[in-house]
Design a protein around this ligand. Structure first.
Ligand SMILES: [Zn+2]
Ligand SMILES: [Zn+2]
Length: 413
């Protein structure tokens, strides 16, 4: 083994300026979600493994292949969260949030973990920003959540997005659809991939989600879930489409879209982009009207979505501008260096951003100020100490002048 440490495969350090871009995405999310009345929830990164078996589904790829699961020193089976919804629903039930005024609306942001083959845009530790709204069955809430998502994507400056919508029905209408799928796939079973042969028994809906080309080809003419919706699911979906129409939201219907998680009901949606090579989802979500009850809470309709921060960041790569440095203080000699520290601290306390020069000649310090893109360079050398007048240069405009030490604040007026 080499003597140097390296990060694990599939995890990465996020350094400036990339971290500024992440902050930008998060700040816009806080502001947009806040305007919709969503509050931040911070849940633990570790949970009991059972939580995910129960919510995501034991037959899902996430649970069967991708979870980071380990036994802790107390002999408990623990899993690093592979997604955010299960924890939020657990918290909703655990803290009896159904007793609070409805709807209860939350957003979260943070790392998730899935043991997948690392590739471009897919890390084993990846970041999601997500929201969950509890307590409203009305389609107007679906519309609100989708509008909020689109507003956030607009605020961070994403373009060329498409919103895809589907309804995958409820407990009442899904059995008939599953039967129709089994009837359709039964004669083609030997041609399906081994995973799908298993899915045929456990949950045929998942065949519709398979990424294997042969399976995609075989399922081209599979029955459509939207042809099997019960009356209530149909009218819920129609109301949503009508509301989105009224709000001028463009969408396409994608009756082939089933989400990879067991808990979804009725509305499912994805926002995709073609600017990442192959068409890829940057955000996805849906209703999960049965999950709170499944977790032992009162029957509570709910809807949410999650965004993949790595994908958003990849789309915004060119916009990763570090914050502007307002000033740079170059100094020579111990006394001047102390004055520089005092000056910088006073300016920083007023919210003005800046840096101190360390070491080297005044000239080399000023070169660094230029590299940083600082707006003002302020110079404190022996002469300036004696006269009490500081030299300044506006590095953007090329102007320069002198200002008394106590008046340096005025440069930033
Ligand atoms: Zn239904
Ligand atoms: Zn398959």
């Amino acid at each position: 083994m080499s003597s140097r440490f390296a990060a694990l495969k599939g995890v990465e350090d996020i350094l400036p300026p990339d971290s500024y871009l992440r902050q930008f995405i998060e700040d816009k999310a806080r502001s947009v979600f806040g305007s919709y009345g969503f509050g931040e929830i911070k849940t633990p990164i570790i949970e009991h493994t059972d939580l995910f078996l129960r919510s995501i589904g034991e037959t899902s790829d996430i649970v069967s292949k991708e979870m980071y699961t380990f036994t802790d020193k107390g002999g408990r089976s623990i899993t690093l969260r592979p997604e955010g919804t299960a924890s939020v629903v657990r918290a909703y039930v655990e803290h009896s949030l159904a007793m609070r005024p409805s709807p209860q609306k939350f957003y979260y942001m943070g790392p998730m973990f899935r043991y997948e083959r690392p590739q471009k845009g897919r890390q084993r530790q990846f970041y999601q920003i997500g929201v969950e709204a509890f307590g409203v069955a009305e389609a107007r809430m679906d519309a609100e959540v989708i509008l909020m998502l689109m507003l956030h994507l607009d605020r961070i400056g994403l373009e060329d997005l498409s919103l895809e919508l589907n309804s995958i029905g409820c407990g009442e209408c899904r059995p008939a659809f599953k039967e129709a799928l089994r009837d359709f796939f039964a004669p083609k079973l030997p041609e399906l991939c081994p995973d799908c042969q298993r899915r045929f028994e456990t949950n045929p809906l998942r065949i519709l989600d398979c990424k294997v080309e042969r399976c995609i080809e075989i399922r081209k003419d599979a029955p459509l879930v939207t042809d099997y919706l019960c009356g209530n699911c149909r009218s819920h979906f129609d109301s949503l489409l009508k509301l989105l129409g009224v709000m001028g939201v463009k969408y396409t219907l994608n009756p082939h879209m089933v989400r990879g998680l067991d808990y979804y009901t009725r509305t499912t949606f994805e926002v995709t982009t073609e600017n990442l090579g192959a068409q890829k989802a940057v955000a996805a979500g849906g209703r999960y009207d049965g999950l709170v009850e499944e977790f032992g809470g009162p029957a509570t309709p709910a809807i949410g979505f999650a965004m993949g921060v790595e994908r958003l960041a990849a789309l915004l790569k060119d916009k990763a501008a570090p914050p502007i440095t307002d000033f740079f203080v170059a100094s020579l000699g111990e006394e001047a260096a102390t004055q520089a520290l005092k000056l910088a601290s006073g300016l920083r306390a007023e919210g003005i951003r800046g840096e101190l020069g360390y070491g080297g000649s005044l000239k080399s310090q000023l070169r660094k100020a230029g590299k940083l893109g600082a707006r003002f360079a302020i110079i404190i050398g022996e002469d300036e100490l004696k006269s009490g007048l500081l030299k300044w240069k506006d590095l953007k405009k090329g102007e320069s002048g002198e200002v008394p030490l106590a008046g340096a604040r005025k440069l930033f007026a």
